[in-house]
Design a protein around this ligand. Structure first.
Ligand code: GDP
Ligand code: MG
Ligand code: ZN
Length: 294
């Protein structure tokens, strides 16, 4: 077998990386040359290793890269929501924006169907039906919808995202043979600080594909977007922007006859909660954007 082999970084730990090669996993050091070039190395990167010396020699070109969490070569993100803990839709919106910006497909999982009421399911579908590429209802404790997820994961690299307590570990334990994660109550976990210490790791899915568990969703911060471009990351809003009187319309505090987006809210064609959060995020982005020049 050749001394040099291609592989994929599945985990990074203090200056070295676990690389998945064809037949084994190997802990490798980053070669000095890579450090000198200031080359960043991310979980998900394809690399060439010198297996005799356990070093990473080359980092291959990336297809794409998520910034937060920092992961390379991602096909899709699974965003898990549940009726409990209470969904943070503002974070969901931002994860979706982050995905679209990086050419990654967002998929929404509505978990804990066993304890969901009609309102939770309808509300989530009304908000995100036109925005994500799929919505799947699941119950990980009752094994409902898990096969649908397995099918979606086959042959893909998927990032798993969701607030603490929605059921991510429960899913991983069901579909990843190498995973035995602790499942538990939100409050206990925060006390132990589990979510703040863990780093991202890629796992093999039993039926094919790879899934990446990410530590905490609250770490996500604003991607760098010009405020005037923000609406283009909202599929549900963007389609009404063609009806605005001015091409520079920001869809905020306009008279309804000037703005197609505000008319759509008034006519019940655009979800008012999605729109209200757009306004909030727009204002945050405006402040961030202005700071760039200071
Ligand atoms: N009722 C119900 N509880 C679930 C479901 N999936 C996970 N849980 C529970 O939710 C809690 C948090 O699950 P966990 O997998 O640790 O969530 P994580 O923080 O996202 O990894 C645990 O008590 C799980 O047993 C589900 O489909 N229905
Ligand atoms: Mg967990
Ligand atoms: Zn407008």
């Amino acid at each position: 077998m050749s001394q040099f082999q291609k592989g994929k970084i599945v985990k990074i730990i203090n200056g070295s990386a676990i690389v998945k090669l064809q037949k084994q996993k190997l802990e490798c050091a980053f070669r000095g040359k890579l450090r000198a070039q200031n080359q960043t190395i991310l979980v998900g990167d394809y690399v060439e290793c010198d297996v005799n010396n356990s070093t990473i020699e080359i980092v291959c070109k990336r297809e794409n890269q998520l910034l937060r969490p920092p992961i390379a070569n991602v096909d899709q993100v699974l965003i898990v929501l549940a009726p409990k803990p209470k969904p943070d839709f503002f974070l969901v919106d931002q994860v979706i924006i982050n995905s679209i910006q990086n050419d990654v497909k967002p998929i929404l999982i509505l978990n804990k169907k066993d304890i969901s009421d009609e309102y939770f399911l309808r509300d989530a579908k009304e908000q995100y039906g036109e925005v994500v590429s799929k919505i799947i209802e699941t119950s990980f404790v009752d094994n409902i919808g898990v096969n649908k997820i397995k099918k979606l994961l086959k042959g893909k690299t998927t990032v798993l995202i969701g607030q603490s307590g929605v059921g991510k570990s429960t899913l991983l334990n069901l579909i990843c043979p190498d995973v035995k994660q602790e499942v538990g109550e939100l409050s206990k976990k925060i006390e132990r600080g589990v979510n703040t210490t863990r780093s991202s790791e890629i796992f093999d899915v039993i039926s094919g594909g790879e899934i990446i568990d990410t530590p905490g969703f609250s770490l996500l911060s604003l991607p760098n977007i010009e405020p005037s471009k923000l609406a283009s990351f909202y599929a549900d809003i963007e389609k009404f922007t063609h009806d605005c009187a001015y091409s520079t319309c920001d869809h905020i505090r306009k008279k309804a006859y000037e703005c197609g987006v505000m008319r759509a809210v008034e006519n019940g064609k655009l979800n008012p909660k999605r729109y209200a959060r757009y306004v909030e995020l727009y204002n945050m982005y405006k402040i961030e954007w202005a700071k760039r020049y200071k």
